[in-house]
Design a protein around this ligand. Structure first.
Ligand code: NAG
Ligand code: NAG
Ligand code: NAG
Ligand code: NAG
Length: 256
């Protein structure tokens, strides 16, 4: 009895091993996507006898949701999904290409799986996509009495720190912070400092909780409002200049 069990135990791993050795898929187990940049997940087939290998189907999926597949004729079928991606197939390599990765599509908990079915057996492998820290935009809030600022398109999370000159005034206290999760898993973080506005600019900075680095900052001051007005004034001047030019040209034409 014990002997028989031992034989069965011995046989099972041996069989799996031969099958695994015949054909395998290779992926990069960890891929880091830079914020806003395209990223490619590649999946290669390796076989002990590549000349006799016939791919029946190869596919990329995530959380059991099929993204794209290629059949034995090399025809790619892509499933509809919110964010844009495409698949390419060449020389027994199926690539999954994202133009722009959203936080929701990344992370250790949501690995991508490449699966192969062939005349030499089946194989699969996982690729984990990590999105680097991002902060799309930061804007001072000019409408309220207290200085405020808003960070949008943030990933993963961050703490708002307020400086006056180089002095840290607030790393959590003295401020009202609101965080909102937007489509795709992006965070919008707003903070109001419990201090009056000053002529010396406050520096509103976002410190990433993963890297402990400042990933975005802006200066918030009364002057910011004046700066904007001056910007408008200069564009007005350009318009007036164009107008004068137009009138002069019209005059020349009329005189002629
Ligand atoms: C797939 O194969 C190509 C060409 O041999 C190689 O450049 C690439 O690094 C491979 N990719 C993976 C994920 O193994
Ligand atoms: C592969 O897919 C294409 C398009 O869907 C289809 O026309 C073709 O018959 C398929 N080939 C096989 C062998 O299933
Ligand atoms: C922060 O929120 C509290 C409670 O909602 C409020 O009393 C306080 O005035 C707020 N402070 C700022 C700076 O907005
Ligand atoms: C604000 O302060 C942070 C941290 O000291 C610094 O990294 C950043 O450059 C400052 N930003 C501005 C706009 O001065």
């Amino acid at each position: 009895m014990g002997f028989k069990a031992l034989i069965t135990l011995w046989l099972v791993p041996a069989l799996t091993l031969t099958k695994q050795e015949m054909v395998a898929v290779n992926v990069s187990p960890h891929i880091t996507a830079e914020c806003g940049k395209p990223v490619i997940l590649r999946c290669n087939v390796t076989s002990k006898s590549p000349d006799e290998l016939e791919v029946k189907i190869m596919e990329w999926s995530q959380n059991k949701m099929l993204l794209c597949s290629v059949n034995s004729s090399g025809e790619i079928t892509t499933q509809n999904k919110l964010s844009p991606f495409r698949c390419e197939y060449k020389d027994q390599q199926l690539s999954l290409i994202f133009q722009n990765v959203q936080p929701m599509e990344s992370g250790r908990a949501n690995p991508y799986m490449c699966k192969l079915k062939s005349n030499q057996g089946a194989a699969h492998a996982y690729s984990r996509l990590e999105l680097e820290e991002c902060c799309g935009t930061v804007e001072p809030i000019l409408t309220s009495r207290e200085p405020g600022c808003t960070f949008t398109h943030v990933h993963p999370d961050g703490d708002v720190h307020w400086f006056l000159g180089s002095r840290l005034i607030s790393d959590g206290s003295l401020q009202n912070v609101s965080k909102r999760v937007e489509d795709g898993g992006w965070l919008t973080i707003s903070s109001y400092l419990d201090r009056p506005r000053s002529d010396v600019p406050y520096n509103c900075s976002l410190k990433s909780t993963t890297s402990d680095r400042y990933i975005a900052s802006t200066l918030v001051t009364r002057k910011a409002l004046f700066k904007n007005l001056r910007g408008d004034a200069s564009s007005l001047t350009v318009t007036s200049l164009k107008m004068i030019l137009y009138i002069s040209v019209s005059l020349i034409v009329t005189v002629k």
